[in-house]
Design a binder for this molecule. Sequence first.
Ligand code: 5GP
Length: 104
Amino acid sequence: MSIFTKIINREIPAEIIYEQDNIIVIKDIFPKAKTHLLIIPKKEIPTINDLEQEDRELLAEMFFVAKKVAKDLWIDEWYKLNFNVWEKAGQEVMHIHLHLLSNI
Ligand code: 5GP
C-alpha cells in the first residue's frame, strides 16, 4: 500500500485541500514552492508507464481537478503541473500524482 493510499484511508494525516470520489488533493509535506499540491487518484497506479486505456478518464479528470483547485486558491494566473516518472526523474512515491506548483 502506498503512502498516498494510507493518506486516502486516513491512516496517516495530511492537509487535504480537496476530495472527490476518485481523486484527492493534498499539500506536499516538503513544499518546493509557496503552493505545492499533489493531485492523486485514489486508484493506486504505480507510474505513468502503468496507465491502462481504462484510466483515460481518470487522468483527464486529474487535470480538471488541478484547474479547479488552482482557481479556488486564486493561483490560476500561473502554475506548473508535472509528473515525475521513475526514480531517475525524481519519483519517490510509486502511486501516480500530479504536482501543482505556484509562487503566487
Ligand atoms: P515524487 O518525488 O514521487 O514525484 O513526489 C512525491 C512527493 O510527495 C514529494 O514532493 C514529497 O515531498 C511528498 N510526500 C512524500 N511523503 C509525503 C507524506 O507523507 N505526506 C505528504 N503530504 N506529502 C508527502
